[in-house]
Design a protein around this ligand. Structure first.
Ligand code: ATP
Length: 731
C-alpha cells in the first residue's frame, strides 16, 4: 500500500509496505535527477503508515455478485477482485500538515519529462511477472505525472508509448514496425559499429533493443548529448510513422540517428527506443493493465486536486473507477478522449460524457459458443429470442458520419475503409436515396457470386487484396449483411432492446439485392423449426446460427462483451466442443524426416485474462500442409527467443512440456479439437483445477491474423468448454 500526502518543495518518495523500499525501484539511484524530472516543482511526499490507515472491508459478496457481469463473475471465482485491489491500491493518507494543504505547490506545465523515466519503468515491468505488481508500478508512474504536470497531453503520450502506439487503433498510419535492416543500419552508423558486427550480436542476443543498448554503453562521447524527453520521442516517432514516399528512408534514419545519439548510455533509452521502432516493445503489458493503472491514478489525482488527498480512498470506489474506465473504453476506445474527459468531469462521472460516436469504432459484442440446439433452448427457456443466419465472412462495423463520410471498421477496430471501396460506394448509394444523417451498423461482409446470386465461402473473401484496392479492379464482390443498428440519426440505440433496434433498421434502411441485405432471421421456440432453420442456413452457405435475446434489458447491445445473450451454433463444430479455439503459438518443435528445416509441431497456449499469463494447452502437429509449414517457419523464425517470456506458464519440471524453441508470442492458430481433458503436463486454467486442461487431437485450421494475443481464447473459455463437455457427457 502507499500513503500519499502533499508537502511543498520536497522530492518524491514512495514506500512500499511489502518491499519496504522508500522509493519505487524504477527511481532507484535517480534521486539526483528528480529535480530535472519534475522540472524542480514540488512533488507529493509519500509516507508509510500501514497500521494507522486500514483499507475498508470489501463490499458484501451479495452486492458484488449483483454488480458483476457474467464474465467478471467467472473471473472473480478464480481471484476475488476486491482482494486484488487491496493489494495494489495506491492510497492517500491523512494529511496533518496544514501548510501543505493550504499552499500546495503548483504543478509545472512546461517541464520536460525525461524519456529515461519511462524506460526505467518499462525495464521494471519487463522484469515483473505479476500483473498486480505491474498495475502498481504503472499507476504510481501515472500518478506522479498527473500530480506534477498540468499538461495532460504528456500523460496521453506516455500511455501511447507504453502500448507502443501513437494514437488510437482505428487511426491508420500510426503504426511503427520498421524493418531490421533499416534499424541495423541506424545502430551501426550512430554507434560506429559495422553492420555485420551488429547482426552477429543480434543473432547471439535475439533482441535488437539489447544490441542497441550495449552498443550505446560501449561508445564514449566527448560531449554530453541533449537529453531525450517524452515529447521529443513521441513527436519523432509520429514523424517516422507518417513519413512516406521518396526519401522517406533517409528521413527516418536521420531522425533515428539523432535520437540514438541522445540516448543516455546509463539508461535503457536505446533499448526501448529501438524496440518501439520495431513495433515490439515486449514488456508484456496488456491493455487491461494500462486501463486499470490509469483509472486508479486518475481517481487518486482527482482526490488530491479536490483537497481530499488526506482522506482514505475506499477500495470499492477504486474498483468502481476501474470498471467505469474500462466500460467507457469499450464505447469510446480512445485514450486521449477518455483521459481528457475523466480529468475534466471526474472519472466517476465519465460514462455521462462518453457516448458512442460515428467515426470511432466501438468494441463489438461477441457470442458464446454452444454445442447443441438443446443447450440453446435451455438457455433461452421462457425468454423471447431470435435466430439469425451466421454468415461466414468478415465483421464490418459501418459508420456514416454527419458529413457523409463512410468508414468501415474490422472486428479489431482497424479502419478497413481503403480495403472496401466498393462497400463505401454501396453505403453512399443507399444513403443518398434515404434520409440518414448518421448511423453505425453491425454487419458481416460476405463474398457474393453476382451471377448465381449466392454467398461464396470465406476462403474466396480472403483472396481479396488488402491494400491499394481500386474499385474497378475488384473481382470478388461483396454483399453486406446487416444484423444490428447501434446508432441512428444522432441517437445511440445500444440501450434499446434488440427487437426495437431491428425495427428501426428495417423501417429506415432499404436493402439493395446482392449488395446490402438484412440477416435472415426467424423467431420461433419450436425445436423442430429451429433445427430446420439451422439446416437451411447451411444450405444457404452459412456457418450455422446466431441465437440472440430479443426483448428486455438483456437484449441491449453489450460492447466488447462475450455475452450469454448471444449464442453461436456452428454446424460443423457440433461434433467437437462446439467451436474452434484461437490459441497463441508460444513455441515449436524442430521438424524431422521430410519436415527437417521447418518446424514439425507447435506449442499453444490460452490467454489468462486475469493475470495476463499464457497457459500451455497442447502440442499440435496435425492439419498442416508442407506449404503451411514452410510459411510458418518464415514468419515465426524471426520471433524466436532464447528463453520463454515471463508470462508463459508451463511445467518447468517436465522435459516433455518444453518446446525446442520459444517464440516472442505474436501469432494465433485457429484449431479444432475432439475433446478436452485434465492433464499432468499442460496448464490452461490450472488455478481452477489444480491441474491444467489440455486439448486432445488438436487440428490446425488456419492462422488468425485478424486477432492479437489478447483476443486469444481465454483460459476461462477453455474451462467452460471443458465443463460443458463434462456436463453433456454426464461427467
Ligand atoms: P469471436 O468473434 O466470437 O471471437 P470468431 O472471430 O472466431 O470468434 P466466430 O466464432 O466465427 O468468429 O463467430 C462470431 C462472428 O460471427 C462475429 O464476430 C461476426 O463477425 C460473425 N457473424 C455472422 N453472422 C452474424 C450475425 N447474424 N450476428 C452476429 N455476428 C455474426
Amino acid at each position: 500500500m502507499f500513503i500519499v500526502k502533499r508537502i511543498p518543495i520536497q522530492p518524491i518518495k514512495f514506500i512500499n509496505f511489502k518491499t519496504k523500499a522508500i522509493i519505487p525501484k524504477y527511481m532507484a539511484g535517480k534521486q539526483q535527477t528528480i529535480g530535472r524530472f519534475f522540472g524542480g516543482s514540488a512533488a507529493p511526499v509519500v509516507k508509510s503508515s500501514p497500521t494507522k490507515h486500514k483499507i475498508s472491508p470489501p463490499s458484501s459478496p451479495a452486492l458484488k455478485k449483483q454488480k458483476l457481469g457474467d464474465d467478471e463473475k467467472e473471473n472473480a471465482k478464480a481471484k476475488p477482485l476486491t482482494t486484488n485491489l487491496e493489494e495494489i491500491i495506491v492510497k492517500p493518507v491523512e494529511n496533518k500538515n496544514e501548510e501543505a494543504q493550504t499552499n500546495p505547490a503548483p504543478p509545472s506545465s512546461s517541464s520536460k519529462i525525461p524519456y529515461s523515466s519511462l524506460t526505467d519503468v518499462m525495464e521494471k515491468i519487463e522484469n515483473e511477472p505479476g500483473r498486480l505488481k505491474m498495475i502498481e508500478i504503472i499507476s504510481q508512474y501515472f500518478l506522479e505525472i498527473l500530480n506534477n504536470h498540468k499538461d495532460i497531453m504528456k500523460l496521453i503520450k506516455i500511455v501511447y508509448l507504453f502500448i507502443n502506439r501513437l494514437g488510437p487503433d482505428y487511426e491508420p498510419d500510426l503504426e511503427l514496425g520498421l524493418g531490421e535492416t533499416l534499424l541495423v543500419k541506424a545502430i551501426s552508423e550512430c554507434y560506429g559499429r559495422s553492420p555485420s558486427k551488429v547482426k552477429e550480436e543480434l543473432k547471439k542476443l535475439g533482441d535488437l533493443g539489447l544490441v542497441a543498448q550495449k552498443s550505446r554503453s560501449r561508445q564514449s562521447t566527448m560531449f554530453k548529448p541533449v537529453s531525450l524527453d517524452i515529447d521529443t520521442v513521441f513527436d519523432n516517432l509520429t514523424k517516422i510513422a507518417k513519413s512516406t514516399g521518396k526519401d522517406s528512408q533517409s528521413r527516418k534514419i536521420g531522425i533515428i540517428n539523432k535520437m540514438l545519439n541522445s540516448c543516455d548510455a546509463k539508461s535503457f533509452e536505446a533499448k526501448f527506443l529501438i524496440r518501439s521502432l520495431e513495433g515490439k516493445l515486449r514488456i508484456g503489458l496488456a491493455d487491461k493493465t494500462v486501463l486499470t493503472g490509469l483509472a486508479q491514478a486518475l481517481l487518486l489525482h482527482e482526490n488530491e486536486k479536490n483537497g481530499n488527498g488526506n482522506k482514505r480512498v475506499n477500495p470499492t470506489e477504486i474498483e468502481k473507477a476501474v470498471d467505469i474506465f474500462k466500460e467507457a473504453f469499450t464505447v469510446l476506445p480512445n485514450y486521449q478522449i477518455l483521459i481528457e474527459k475523466a480529468y475534466e468531469h471526474g472519472i466517476l462521472n465519465l460514462l455521462d460524457h462518453c457516448h458512442i460516436t460515428p467515426g470511432i469504432p466501438l468494441k463489438p459484442m461477441l457470442a458464446k459458443p454452444t454445442k447443441s440446439m438443446g443447450e440453446v433452448l435451455d438457455r433461452f427457456q421462457d425468454e423471447k429470442f431470435t435466430c439469425e443466419y451466421k454468415y461466414d465472412g468478415e465483421r464490418a462495423q459501418v459508420h456514416l458520419l454527419p458529413d457523409g463520410t463512410v468508414r468501415i471498421y474490422s472486428r479489431n477496430s482497424e479502419n478497413m475503409s481503403e480495403r472496401y471501396p466498393d462497400l463505401i460506394t454501396v453505403i453512399k448509394e443507399f444513403s443518398k436515396t434515404q434520409e440518414h444523417t448518421s448511423m453505425i451498423l453491425d454487419c458481416e461482409a460476405v463474398a457474393w457470386d453476382r451471377i448465381n446470386e449466392k454467398i461464396l465461402p470465406f476462403q474466396v473473401l480472403s483472396t481479396r487484396k488488402r491494400k491499394d484496392v481500386e474499385e474497378k479492379d475488384i473481382k470478388v464482390h461483396i454483399c453486406l449483411f446487416a444484423f444490428d443498428l447501434l446508432y441512428y440519426n444522432d441517437q445511440s440505440l445500444i440501450t434499446k432492446p434488440l427487437n426495437e433496434r431491428r425495427e428501426i433498421m428495417i423501417k429506415h434502411l432499404k436493402p439493395l439485392e446482392g449488395k446490402f441485405q438484412f440477416a435472415t432471421a426467424k423467431d420461433s421456440t419450436s425445436l423442430e423449426v429451429l433445427q430446420q432453420f439451422l439446416d437451411q442456413s447451411i444450405r444457404d452457405s452459412c456457418e450455422g446460427l446466431m441465437v440472440k435475446m430479443l426483448e428486455g434489458t438483456e437484449s441491449y447491445y453489450e460492447p466488447s462483451k462475450r455475452s450469454r445473450n448471444w449464442l453461436k451454433l456452428k454446424k460443423d463444430y457440433l461434433d467437437g466442443v462446439g467451436d474452434s479455439l484461437d490459441l497463441v503459438v508460444i513455441g515449436a518443435y524442430n521438424g524431422k524426416g521430410k519436415r527437417t528445416g521447418a518446424y514439425g509441431g507447435f506449442l499453444l497456449a490460452s490467454y489468462n485474462q486475469d493475470t495476463g499469463d499464457l497457459e500451455t494447452t497442447c502440442k499440435i502437429g496435425t492439419g498442416f500442409s508442407d506449404e503451411d509449414l514452410a510459411n510458418l517457419y518464415q514468419k515465426l523464425h524471426p520471433t524466436e527467443v532464447s528463453n520463454p517470456k515471463s508470462n508463459i506458464v508451463y511445467d518447468k519440471n517436465n522435459a516433455n512440456a518444453k518446446p525446442d524453441v520459444w517464440f516472442d508470442p505474436s501469432m494465433l492458430f485457429e484449431i479444432l479439437t475432439a475433446d478436452l481433458s485434465l492433464s499432468p503436463i499442460y496448464k490452461a486454467a490450472h488455478q481452477q483445477y489444480g491441474k491444467g486442461i489440455s486439448l486432445r487431437f488438436p487440428r490446425f485450421i488456419r492462422v488468425r491474423d485478424d486477432k492479437g494475443v489478447e483476443d486469444a481464447t481465454s483460459s476461462t473459455e477453455v474451462a467452460e468448454f471443458y465443463e460443458r463437455q463434462q456436463h453433456v457427457s454426464g461427467g
